[in-house]
Ligand binder design. Structure first.
Ligand code: AMP
Ligand code: MG
Length: 402
Protein backbone atom coordinates (compact mmCIF):
# COMPACT_ATOMS: atom_id res chain seq x y z
CA UNK A 1 0.00 0.00 0.00
CA UNK A 2 1.42 3.40 -0.93
CA UNK A 3 0.85 6.74 0.79
CA UNK A 4 -1.42 9.48 -0.60
CA UNK A 5 1.62 11.67 -1.33
CA UNK A 6 3.30 8.84 -3.27
CA UNK A 7 0.10 8.17 -5.21
CA UNK A 8 -0.24 11.86 -6.13
CA UNK A 9 3.42 11.87 -7.23
CA UNK A 10 2.80 8.85 -9.47
CA UNK A 11 -0.29 10.49 -10.96
CA UNK A 12 1.70 13.60 -11.85
CA UNK A 13 4.61 11.58 -13.30
CA UNK A 14 2.34 9.41 -15.45
CA UNK A 15 0.21 12.26 -16.80
CA UNK A 16 1.18 13.79 -20.12
CA UNK A 17 0.49 17.41 -20.92
CA UNK A 18 -2.10 17.91 -23.68
CA UNK A 19 -1.60 19.95 -26.84
CA UNK A 20 -2.54 23.63 -26.97
CA UNK A 21 -5.13 25.66 -28.82
CA UNK A 22 -5.58 29.39 -29.51
CA UNK A 23 -8.67 31.03 -28.07
CA UNK A 24 -10.01 34.55 -28.07
CA UNK A 25 -9.93 36.29 -24.66
CA UNK A 26 -13.63 35.92 -24.02
CA UNK A 27 -13.48 32.13 -24.51
CA UNK A 28 -10.44 31.62 -22.29
CA UNK A 29 -11.94 32.02 -18.80
CA UNK A 30 -10.98 29.08 -16.55
CA UNK A 31 -8.52 27.65 -19.06
CA UNK A 32 -4.86 26.99 -18.28
CA UNK A 33 -2.47 29.41 -19.94
CA UNK A 34 0.12 27.69 -22.16
CA UNK A 35 2.30 30.74 -22.78
CA UNK A 36 3.91 33.54 -20.80
CA UNK A 37 2.41 36.98 -21.44
CA UNK A 38 4.95 39.76 -21.87
CA UNK A 39 4.06 43.45 -21.45
CA UNK A 40 4.22 45.19 -24.85
CA UNK A 41 4.08 48.63 -23.18
CA UNK A 42 4.84 50.43 -19.92
CA UNK A 43 1.90 50.82 -17.56
CA UNK A 44 0.90 53.52 -17.23
CA UNK A 45 2.28 54.40 -20.67
CA UNK A 46 2.69 58.10 -19.61
CA UNK A 47 2.75 60.04 -16.32
CA UNK A 48 -0.95 59.84 -15.51
CA UNK A 49 -3.14 62.00 -13.32
CA UNK A 50 -5.08 60.11 -10.64
CA UNK A 51 -7.47 63.00 -9.98
CA UNK A 52 -9.49 65.74 -11.62
CA UNK A 53 -7.68 68.98 -10.72
CA UNK A 54 -4.71 71.13 -11.73
CA UNK A 55 -1.21 70.11 -12.78
CA UNK A 56 1.20 72.43 -10.95
CA UNK A 57 4.85 72.92 -9.96
CA UNK A 58 4.71 71.83 -6.33
CA UNK A 59 7.34 74.32 -5.11
CA UNK A 60 5.04 77.18 -6.18
CA UNK A 61 2.29 75.96 -3.85
CA UNK A 62 4.27 76.01 -0.63
CA UNK A 63 2.63 79.22 0.63
CA UNK A 64 -1.11 79.33 0.06
CA UNK A 65 -3.43 80.61 -1.16
CA UNK A 66 -1.58 80.90 -4.47
CA UNK A 67 -2.86 82.01 -7.87
CA UNK A 68 -1.62 80.35 -11.09
CA UNK A 69 -2.48 81.12 -14.71
CA UNK A 70 -4.41 78.35 -16.49
CA UNK A 71 -2.57 77.76 -19.78
CA UNK A 72 -4.29 74.65 -21.06
CA UNK A 73 -6.33 71.56 -20.48
CA UNK A 74 -5.23 67.89 -20.44
CA UNK A 75 -8.06 65.38 -20.82
CA UNK A 76 -8.00 61.56 -20.95
CA UNK A 77 -7.22 60.69 -24.56
CA UNK A 78 -6.32 64.30 -25.43
CA UNK A 79 -3.31 65.62 -23.55
CA UNK A 80 -1.70 69.07 -23.45
CA UNK A 81 1.71 68.45 -24.97
CA UNK A 82 3.68 71.62 -24.18
CA UNK A 83 6.00 72.57 -21.38
CA UNK A 84 4.39 74.20 -18.35
CA UNK A 85 6.36 77.15 -16.96
CA UNK A 86 6.55 79.11 -13.70
CA UNK A 87 3.32 80.66 -12.53
CA UNK A 88 1.26 78.33 -14.70
CA UNK A 89 -1.21 75.49 -14.15
CA UNK A 90 -3.00 73.06 -16.48
CA UNK A 91 -6.54 71.91 -15.87
CA UNK A 92 -6.31 68.08 -15.83
CA UNK A 93 -8.68 65.12 -15.69
CA UNK A 94 -8.32 61.62 -14.24
CA UNK A 95 -6.43 59.40 -16.69
CA UNK A 96 -4.88 62.32 -18.60
CA UNK A 97 -1.13 62.79 -19.17
CA UNK A 98 0.64 65.20 -16.81
CA UNK A 99 2.36 67.99 -18.82
CA UNK A 100 6.13 68.40 -18.86
CA UNK A 101 7.20 70.84 -16.15
CA UNK A 102 4.43 69.87 -13.72
CA UNK A 103 5.29 67.57 -10.81
CA UNK A 104 2.00 67.34 -8.88
CA UNK A 105 -1.76 67.47 -9.30
CA UNK A 106 -3.93 69.33 -6.82
CA UNK A 107 -7.44 67.92 -6.65
CA UNK A 108 -10.23 70.15 -7.91
CA UNK A 109 -12.01 70.20 -4.52
CA UNK A 110 -9.11 72.20 -3.01
CA UNK A 111 -9.14 74.92 -5.70
CA UNK A 112 -11.37 77.42 -7.40
CA UNK A 113 -11.17 79.26 -10.69
CA UNK A 114 -11.18 83.09 -10.94
CA UNK A 115 -11.16 85.83 -13.58
CA UNK A 116 -13.26 84.16 -16.28
CA UNK A 117 -11.55 80.84 -15.69
CA UNK A 118 -8.10 82.08 -16.63
CA UNK A 119 -6.68 81.76 -13.11
CA UNK A 120 -6.87 79.05 -10.50
CA UNK A 121 -6.44 79.64 -6.79
CA UNK A 122 -5.05 76.77 -4.73
CA UNK A 123 -6.20 76.74 -1.13
CA UNK A 124 -3.78 74.05 0.06
CA UNK A 125 -0.19 73.26 -0.86
CA UNK A 126 0.65 70.00 -2.59
CA UNK A 127 3.88 67.98 -2.38
CA UNK A 128 5.84 66.73 -5.38
CA UNK A 129 4.41 63.55 -6.91
CA UNK A 130 0.92 63.94 -5.40
CA UNK A 131 -1.84 62.28 -7.53
CA UNK A 132 0.56 61.29 -10.33
CA UNK A 133 1.20 57.67 -11.32
CA UNK A 134 4.54 57.69 -13.11
CA UNK A 135 5.08 56.01 -16.44
CA UNK A 136 6.11 52.34 -15.96
CA UNK A 137 5.53 52.41 -12.19
CA UNK A 138 3.01 49.54 -12.41
CA UNK A 139 4.56 47.47 -15.22
CA UNK A 140 7.61 48.01 -17.41
CA UNK A 141 7.62 46.95 -21.06
CA UNK A 142 9.15 43.47 -21.47
CA UNK A 143 8.11 42.30 -18.00
CA UNK A 144 6.31 38.91 -17.69
CA UNK A 145 2.80 39.73 -16.49
CA UNK A 146 1.20 36.24 -16.63
CA UNK A 147 2.94 32.88 -16.46
CA UNK A 148 2.22 29.66 -18.31
CA UNK A 149 0.32 27.27 -16.03
CA UNK A 150 -1.96 29.92 -14.50
CA UNK A 151 -5.70 29.25 -14.52
CA UNK A 152 -7.22 32.31 -16.22
CA UNK A 153 -9.55 34.31 -13.94
CA UNK A 154 -11.54 37.44 -14.89
CA UNK A 155 -8.80 39.83 -13.70
CA UNK A 156 -6.27 37.96 -15.85
CA UNK A 157 -8.50 38.47 -18.89
CA UNK A 158 -8.13 42.22 -18.21
CA UNK A 159 -4.33 41.75 -18.18
CA UNK A 160 -4.49 39.92 -21.53
CA UNK A 161 -6.60 42.72 -23.01
CA UNK A 162 -4.30 45.48 -21.68
CA UNK A 163 -1.29 44.01 -23.43
CA UNK A 164 -2.98 43.37 -26.75
CA UNK A 165 -3.48 39.59 -26.51
CA UNK A 166 -6.76 39.28 -28.40
CA UNK A 167 -5.98 35.56 -28.65
CA UNK A 168 -4.16 33.39 -26.19
CA UNK A 169 -2.55 29.95 -26.19
CA UNK A 170 -4.19 27.57 -23.67
CA UNK A 171 -4.15 23.80 -23.12
CA UNK A 172 -6.85 21.75 -24.75
CA UNK A 173 -9.60 20.61 -22.39
CA UNK A 174 -9.17 16.96 -21.32
CA UNK A 175 -12.06 14.68 -22.27
CA UNK A 176 -13.34 12.32 -19.59
CA UNK A 177 -15.65 9.32 -19.90
CA UNK A 178 -17.47 8.47 -16.71
CA UNK A 179 -18.61 4.91 -16.15
CA UNK A 180 -20.48 3.49 -13.13
CA UNK A 181 -20.30 -0.25 -12.55
CA UNK A 182 -22.56 -2.40 -10.37
CA UNK A 183 -25.46 -4.75 -11.07
CA UNK A 184 -27.49 -2.97 -8.36
CA UNK A 185 -27.52 0.36 -10.22
CA UNK A 186 -30.42 2.00 -12.06
CA UNK A 187 -30.54 5.44 -13.69
CA UNK A 188 -31.96 8.58 -12.10
CA UNK A 189 -35.25 8.32 -14.02
CA UNK A 190 -35.94 4.78 -12.85
CA UNK A 191 -37.59 3.59 -9.64
CA UNK A 192 -35.17 1.18 -7.94
CA UNK A 193 -36.55 -2.36 -7.71
CA UNK A 194 -35.71 -4.88 -5.03
CA UNK A 195 -31.99 -4.69 -4.06
CA UNK A 196 -31.39 -1.78 -6.42
CA UNK A 197 -30.17 1.81 -5.92
CA UNK A 198 -29.89 4.79 -8.23
CA UNK A 199 -26.47 5.63 -9.62
CA UNK A 200 -25.21 8.88 -8.16
CA UNK A 201 -21.46 8.60 -8.81
CA UNK A 202 -21.67 9.42 -12.53
CA UNK A 203 -23.11 12.81 -11.60
CA UNK A 204 -20.64 13.78 -8.85
CA UNK A 205 -17.66 12.57 -10.88
CA UNK A 206 -18.89 14.32 -14.01
CA UNK A 207 -19.44 17.59 -12.12
CA UNK A 208 -16.05 17.48 -10.39
CA UNK A 209 -14.42 16.75 -13.76
CA UNK A 210 -16.10 19.82 -15.29
CA UNK A 211 -14.75 21.89 -12.37
CA UNK A 212 -11.31 20.51 -13.21
CA UNK A 213 -11.64 21.87 -16.76
CA UNK A 214 -12.70 18.66 -18.56
CA UNK A 215 -15.43 17.88 -21.04
CA UNK A 216 -17.48 14.93 -19.82
CA UNK A 217 -19.35 12.05 -21.37
CA UNK A 218 -21.49 9.91 -19.05
CA UNK A 219 -21.70 6.34 -20.31
CA UNK A 220 -24.55 3.86 -19.75
CA UNK A 221 -24.47 1.86 -16.52
CA UNK A 222 -22.50 -1.36 -16.59
CA UNK A 223 -23.37 -4.50 -14.60
CA UNK A 224 -20.80 -6.59 -12.76
CA UNK A 225 -19.64 -8.46 -15.84
CA UNK A 226 -16.04 -8.47 -17.08
CA UNK A 227 -16.87 -8.84 -20.77
CA UNK A 228 -19.27 -5.88 -20.94
CA UNK A 229 -16.97 -3.77 -18.79
CA UNK A 230 -14.04 -4.52 -21.13
CA UNK A 231 -16.12 -3.64 -24.18
CA UNK A 232 -17.25 -0.35 -22.66
CA UNK A 233 -13.73 0.65 -21.53
CA UNK A 234 -12.19 -0.23 -24.88
CA UNK A 235 -14.81 1.69 -26.83
CA UNK A 236 -14.62 4.77 -24.59
CA UNK A 237 -10.81 4.80 -24.62
CA UNK A 238 -10.83 5.53 -28.35
CA UNK A 239 -12.37 8.96 -27.81
CA UNK A 240 -11.18 10.27 -24.43
CA UNK A 241 -8.07 11.20 -22.48
CA UNK A 242 -9.29 9.66 -19.23
CA UNK A 243 -11.82 7.07 -18.09
CA UNK A 244 -13.13 7.25 -14.54
CA UNK A 245 -14.98 4.18 -13.33
CA UNK A 246 -16.64 3.71 -9.96
CA UNK A 247 -17.29 0.46 -8.14
CA UNK A 248 -15.92 -3.02 -8.54
CA UNK A 249 -12.45 -2.48 -7.12
CA UNK A 250 -12.90 -4.05 -3.66
CA UNK A 251 -12.10 -7.64 -2.77
CA UNK A 252 -15.56 -9.10 -3.50
CA UNK A 253 -16.04 -11.90 -6.02
CA UNK A 254 -17.99 -9.53 -8.30
CA UNK A 255 -15.30 -6.82 -8.33
CA UNK A 256 -14.16 -7.01 -11.94
CA UNK A 257 -12.69 -3.60 -12.74
CA UNK A 258 -9.05 -4.58 -12.20
CA UNK A 259 -9.50 -7.84 -14.12
CA UNK A 260 -11.04 -5.98 -17.05
CA UNK A 261 -8.18 -3.48 -17.11
CA UNK A 262 -5.54 -6.19 -16.91
CA UNK A 263 -7.16 -8.25 -19.67
CA UNK A 264 -7.15 -5.11 -21.84
CA UNK A 265 -3.39 -4.88 -21.31
CA UNK A 266 -3.46 -1.85 -19.03
CA UNK A 267 -0.40 -0.98 -16.97
CA UNK A 268 -1.52 -0.49 -13.36
CA UNK A 269 0.53 2.05 -11.38
CA UNK A 270 -1.25 1.53 -8.06
CA UNK A 271 -4.27 -0.36 -6.77
CA UNK A 272 -4.32 0.40 -3.05
CA UNK A 273 -3.62 3.67 -1.25
CA UNK A 274 -3.23 4.14 2.52
CA UNK A 275 -6.29 6.37 2.54
CA UNK A 276 -9.58 6.50 4.48
CA UNK A 277 -11.99 6.52 2.75
CA UNK A 278 -10.79 5.27 -0.62
CA UNK A 279 -8.23 2.51 -0.06
CA UNK A 280 -8.92 0.38 -3.16
CA UNK A 281 -8.25 3.16 -5.70
CA UNK A 282 -6.78 1.98 -9.01
CA UNK A 283 -4.73 4.04 -11.43
CA UNK A 284 -3.46 2.77 -14.76
CA UNK A 285 -2.94 3.39 -18.44
CA UNK A 286 -4.45 1.49 -21.36
CA UNK A 287 -2.19 0.47 -24.26
CA UNK A 288 -3.50 3.41 -26.37
CA UNK A 289 -2.41 5.92 -23.70
CA UNK A 290 -5.81 6.65 -22.12
CA UNK A 291 -5.49 7.00 -18.35
CA UNK A 292 -7.93 5.11 -16.14
CA UNK A 293 -8.97 5.79 -12.57
CA UNK A 294 -10.88 2.92 -11.00
CA UNK A 295 -12.51 4.55 -7.99
CA UNK A 296 -14.29 2.65 -5.22
CA UNK A 297 -18.10 2.54 -5.42
CA UNK A 298 -18.99 4.28 -2.18
CA UNK A 299 -20.05 7.83 -3.08
CA UNK A 300 -17.96 9.56 -0.40
CA UNK A 301 -14.87 7.55 -1.38
CA UNK A 302 -15.58 8.65 -4.95
CA UNK A 303 -15.51 12.35 -4.02
CA UNK A 304 -12.34 12.00 -1.96
CA UNK A 305 -10.37 9.88 -4.43
CA UNK A 306 -11.51 11.81 -7.49
CA UNK A 307 -10.34 15.11 -6.02
CA UNK A 308 -7.05 13.76 -4.67
CA UNK A 309 -6.03 11.82 -7.77
CA UNK A 310 -8.14 12.18 -10.95
CA UNK A 311 -8.49 15.96 -10.52
CA UNK A 312 -4.72 16.25 -10.10
CA UNK A 313 -4.23 14.34 -13.34
CA UNK A 314 -6.74 16.55 -15.22
CA UNK A 315 -4.98 19.71 -14.06
CA UNK A 316 -1.56 18.22 -14.83
CA UNK A 317 -2.84 17.39 -18.36
CA UNK A 318 -3.61 21.08 -18.73
CA UNK A 319 -0.15 22.08 -17.49
CA UNK A 320 -1.44 23.80 -14.34
CA UNK A 321 1.31 25.04 -12.03
CA UNK A 322 -0.49 23.68 -8.96
CA UNK A 323 -2.32 20.52 -10.05
CA UNK A 324 -3.12 19.05 -6.63
CA UNK A 325 -5.36 20.42 -3.87
CA UNK A 326 -3.46 22.90 -1.73
CA UNK A 327 -3.04 21.94 1.95
CA UNK A 328 -4.00 24.59 4.50
CA UNK A 329 -3.93 24.67 8.29
CA UNK A 330 -6.86 25.26 10.64
CA UNK A 331 -7.94 24.82 14.24
CA UNK A 332 -9.99 21.70 15.00
CA UNK A 333 -13.40 22.55 16.51
CA UNK A 334 -14.21 19.04 17.75
CA UNK A 335 -11.95 16.08 18.48
CA UNK A 336 -11.72 13.29 15.86
CA UNK A 337 -10.13 9.87 15.64
CA UNK A 338 -7.37 9.06 13.16
CA UNK A 339 -6.45 5.66 11.79
CA UNK A 340 -3.42 3.48 12.49
CA UNK A 341 -2.42 2.53 8.92
CA UNK A 342 -4.24 5.02 6.74
CA UNK A 343 -4.32 8.76 6.25
CA UNK A 344 -7.85 10.14 6.70
CA UNK A 345 -9.69 12.75 4.62
CA UNK A 346 -12.87 13.48 6.55
CA UNK A 347 -15.78 15.74 5.53
CA UNK A 348 -15.66 19.12 7.26
CA UNK A 349 -16.92 22.68 7.15
CA UNK A 350 -14.81 25.82 7.53
CA UNK A 351 -15.41 29.08 9.36
CA UNK A 352 -13.20 31.69 11.00
CA UNK A 353 -13.15 32.61 14.69
CA UNK A 354 -12.79 36.07 16.26
CA UNK A 355 -9.00 35.67 16.35
CA UNK A 356 -9.04 35.34 12.56
CA UNK A 357 -8.13 31.65 12.60
CA UNK A 358 -9.54 29.14 10.15
CA UNK A 359 -11.73 26.70 12.12
CA UNK A 360 -12.45 23.15 10.93
CA UNK A 361 -15.71 21.50 11.98
CA UNK A 362 -15.70 17.76 11.29
CA UNK A 363 -19.15 16.70 10.04
CA UNK A 364 -21.13 13.96 11.67
CA UNK A 365 -21.37 11.27 9.03
CA UNK A 366 -22.24 7.63 8.76
CA UNK A 367 -19.15 6.51 6.83
CA UNK A 368 -18.16 6.33 3.20
CA UNK A 369 -21.67 5.54 1.95
CA UNK A 370 -23.22 8.64 3.62
CA UNK A 371 -23.15 11.03 0.71
CA UNK A 372 -26.14 13.04 1.94
CA UNK A 373 -24.15 14.17 5.00
CA UNK A 374 -21.10 14.63 2.77
CA UNK A 375 -23.00 17.04 0.51
CA UNK A 376 -22.70 19.71 3.25
CA UNK A 377 -18.89 19.46 3.35
CA UNK A 378 -16.76 22.28 1.99
CA UNK A 379 -13.40 20.80 2.96
CA UNK A 380 -11.62 17.57 3.80
CA UNK A 381 -9.91 17.34 7.17
CA UNK A 382 -6.61 15.51 6.70
CA UNK A 383 -5.37 13.38 9.62
CA UNK A 384 -2.01 11.62 9.10
CA UNK A 385 -1.76 7.82 9.35
CA UNK A 386 -0.77 6.50 12.77
CA UNK A 387 -2.72 9.19 14.63
CA UNK A 388 -5.03 8.27 17.54
CA UNK A 389 -7.41 10.88 18.90
CA UNK A 390 -6.83 14.46 17.74
CA UNK A 391 -7.91 16.86 20.49
CA UNK A 392 -10.14 19.92 20.09
CA UNK A 393 -8.11 23.07 19.33
CA UNK A 394 -5.25 21.10 17.69
CA UNK A 395 -3.81 22.55 14.50
CA UNK A 396 -4.86 20.30 11.60
CA UNK A 397 -4.33 20.09 7.85
CA UNK A 398 -7.20 20.45 5.41
CA UNK A 399 -7.92 20.86 1.72
CA UNK A 400 -10.87 22.78 0.30
CA UNK A 401 -13.29 20.80 -1.85
CA UNK A 402 -13.63 22.14 -5.41
P1 AMP B 1 -18.30 -1.48 -4.73
O1 AMP B 1 -17.07 -0.63 -4.65
O2 AMP B 1 -18.70 -1.83 -6.11
O3 AMP B 1 -18.19 -2.65 -3.83
O4 AMP B 1 -19.47 -0.57 -4.15
C1 AMP B 1 -19.44 -0.10 -2.81
C2 AMP B 1 -20.77 0.52 -2.44
O5 AMP B 1 -21.03 1.66 -3.24
C3 AMP B 1 -21.96 -0.39 -2.65
O6 AMP B 1 -22.87 -0.21 -1.59
C4 AMP B 1 -22.55 0.08 -3.95
O7 AMP B 1 -23.90 -0.20 -4.08
C5 AMP B 1 -22.30 1.55 -3.89
N1 AMP B 1 -22.19 2.10 -5.23
C6 AMP B 1 -21.43 1.59 -6.23
N2 AMP B 1 -21.55 2.31 -7.35
C7 AMP B 1 -22.43 3.31 -7.08
C8 AMP B 1 -22.96 4.38 -7.83
N3 AMP B 1 -22.62 4.56 -9.11
N4 AMP B 1 -23.81 5.22 -7.23
C9 AMP B 1 -24.15 5.05 -5.94
N5 AMP B 1 -23.67 4.07 -5.17
C10 AMP B 1 -22.82 3.19 -5.72
MG1 MG C 1 -20.01 -3.03 -6.99
Amino acid sequence: MISVAEAIQIVIEQTQVLTTERLSIQDSLGRVLAQDVIADTDLPPFNRSQMDGYAVRSEETQSVPVRLRIVGESAAGKGWHHEMHEGQAVRIMTGAPVPLGADAVQQVELTHELKDNTVVELLESVEAGRSIVNRGSEVTKGETVLRSGSILNPAMLAVLASFGCAEVEVRRRPSVSVMATGSELVTVDQVPGQDQIRDSNNYSIGAYAVRAGATVERLPLIGDNTASLKRAIEKASKRCDMIVTSGGVSMGIYDFTKTALQELGAELFFERVALRPGKPTVFGRLPNGTLVFGLPGNPVSVSVTFNLFARTSLLAMQGATEPSLKPETGVLAKSVKGNIDRESYLPAQLTTNDDGQLVVFPLKWGGSSDFVAFAAATALLNIPAGTGKVATDSLVKLVRLP
